[in-house]
Design a protein around this ligand. Sequence first.
Ligand code: ATP
Length: 279
Amino acid sequence: MTDTPAVRVRGLRKTYGDTVAVAGVDLDVAAGEVVALLGPNGAGKTSTIEILEGHRDRDAGEVSVLGRDPARAGLDWRARIGIVTQDGADLTELTVREAVGHFAHYYPNARDPREVVELVGLTGKATARIRTLSGGQRRRLDVAIGVVGRPRLLFLDEPTTGFDPQARRQFWALIRQLAGDEGCTILLSTHYLEEAEALADRVAVIVGGQIVADGTPATLGGRATARTVVRWADGRQETDDPAALVATLTRRYGGAVPGLTVSRPSLEDVYLDLIGAAS
Ligand SMILES: Nc1ncnc2c1ncn2[C@@H]1O[C@H](COP(=O)(O)OP(=O)(O)OP(=O)(O)O)[C@@H](O)[C@H]1O
């Protein structure tokens, strides 16, 4: 990672008529970092991401993406970012390989379209027309189009919606490869907590257009220091000393404790608390 942030946002605001979609967002993404934006429907994730992509105007605030203001950046800047939107491109009569090849032409240092099709697991569909793809295959194609230009920064807006579990795991492996081997900075929005946990170095939770928490998946919302919950067949207790409680239970039952589980709050528990407290 270098010291210059890939993304720096201060006081970002966006309204649509009477609706305040983004209400003063501050966000930093370091070069090489994978950051997940989490938040309920309508929280302002897409609006924020689209402003950072240069696809939407802002009302106020400072935004720097790869050192430029997206509202004024040119083609050289655009060639260094990759975008996977919720809608995808409208190219339904092209084949998968044609579509990826078409986008490759826009970039000075594009990847080989065949390699990209392979990377997203669509080789078996390379000559299929886009309109014949399933929803999950279509999203993989969107990812292929997003990465064909070797972006330094990749925006992924709910990238795995509609994926089956196996496709989601394959997609995660692809993202780890892009982030790890190639040092690509990634900002993604998702509704899947396990996706944020699997991929993100850092998670920012946005509610009502404001960031209400920002931290690693392990520490978000005080998760690392939260009390441990011990559950067993006849009870449940929160404790700071789970070993002592389990020892007590073991003595009480004279051996194995039926149905014993020892857990810290999941990322989902913490997230639901955060959005509940904020709304
Ligand atoms: N083009 C638009 N015109 C009017 N209102 C809009 C427009 N786009 C978004 N909004 C409103 O702005 C708010 C934030 O929407 P946004 O799409 O940024 O949320 P989101 O967090 O991405 O939601 P989701 O998880 O449902 O995709 C919502 O209240 C939405 O209805």
